[in-house]
Design a protein around this ligand. Structure first.
Ligand SMILES: Cc1cc2nc3c(=O)[nH]c(=O)nc-3n(C[C@H](O)[C@H](O)[C@H](O)COP(=O)(O)OP(=O)(O)OC[C@H]3O[C@@H](n4cnc5c(N)ncnc54)[C@H](O)[C@@H]3O)c2cc1C
Length: 232
């Protein structure tokens, strides 16, 4: 493993891989990504999430991120045999009149941020998803740009594209400490050796607070379990 890098990215989930790709695209060289688990099918959330992409958000910045990601992932959706993105559209269903009012508000956010969205009737909702009983719902917000991303396929394509621009990825490499000198991180310490780094980017998601804690920096982040149901 090299002993110096301009940029060390810790964590090869979708955020670390995307950051590596974008830095390389901006012309950064000498970029290294370190991942404690397997590459591609990483230890973190990215390889476990079903990949629902709901673009509507109260925050304009988050909606812009989501719009960008939707278009960006489309660029990597090049193999019809192994799609990386399904343009399914999204539905948020209202079981109460209050929820329907909230969905009207969400429609307003979507339109304000340039996203197509409409509130549809119970019958129209059931036409889109026959599993839903129209008698027990009040309507739904239909957002046709929403999608489902296949994260491992995207991770694979992003990683390969970043590698083609010179980014180096190391799996099974745990960053165990950050070496601080003169008030800034000078190196990352790993179970495979030490890398001096001009810049370090932490993309460790739920593990986010652990390394900063070692250098006296608190990230107020609490990991929580997340359940989901898959229907066939
Ligand atoms: C069950 C579930 C369902 C979800 N569903 C959705 C959904 O439908 N839509 C949606 O948008 N989001 C969903 N999410 C959230 C989404 O998956 C995450 O926000 C996203 O994957 C986070 O990406 P990341 O790259 O930040 O983190 P991760 O994918 O968690 O990657 C972080 C990586 O850092 C590595 N790492 C940590 N510490 C170290 C260290 N010290 N040294 C080296 N490597 C380290 C980890 O091994 C890990 O691979 C879901 C999450 C879960 C768990």
């Amino acid at each position: 493993m090299q002993q110096h890098a301009r940029l060390v990215i810790i964590g090869a989930g979708i955020v670390g891989c995307s950051a590596a790709y974008h830095f390389a695209k901006l012309g950064w060289r000498d970029v290294v990504v370190l991942e404690k688990g397997e590459l591609l099918e990483v230890d973190g959330s990215s390889s476990h999430a079903p990949g629902g992409m709901f673009l509507t958000n109260s925050s304009k910045m988050m909606a812009e991120f989501a719009k960008y990601s939707r278009a960006f992932y489309d660029e990597f959706n090049t193999d019809p045999a192994e799609p990386a993105l399904f343009g399914t559209g999204g539905l948020e269903v209202a079981y109460t009149p209050e929820r329907l009012r909230d969905l009207q508000r969400r429609k307003g956010w979507a339109h304000a941020y340039g996203l197509p969205a409409e509130v549809i009737s119970p019958a129209e909702t059931t036409r889109l998803i026959p599993l839903i009983d129209p008698k027990i719902i009040h309507g739904a917000l239909y957002t046709p740009r929403d999608a489902v991303a296949k994260a491992v396929r995207l991770l694979t394509r992003l990683t390969r594209a970043a590698e083609a621009m010179g980014v180096v990825f190391h799996g099974h490499t745990t960053v165990t400490d950050l070496d601080v000198q003169n008030g800034r991180i000078a190196a990352v310490v790993t179970d495979q050796g030490r890398i001096e780094a001009e810049q370090v980017l932490l993309c460790t998601n739920i593990w986010g607070p652990l390394l900063p804690e070692k250098i006296g920096f608190r990230i107020p982040l609490q990991a929580a379990q997340h359940l989901y149901t898959v229907t066939t």
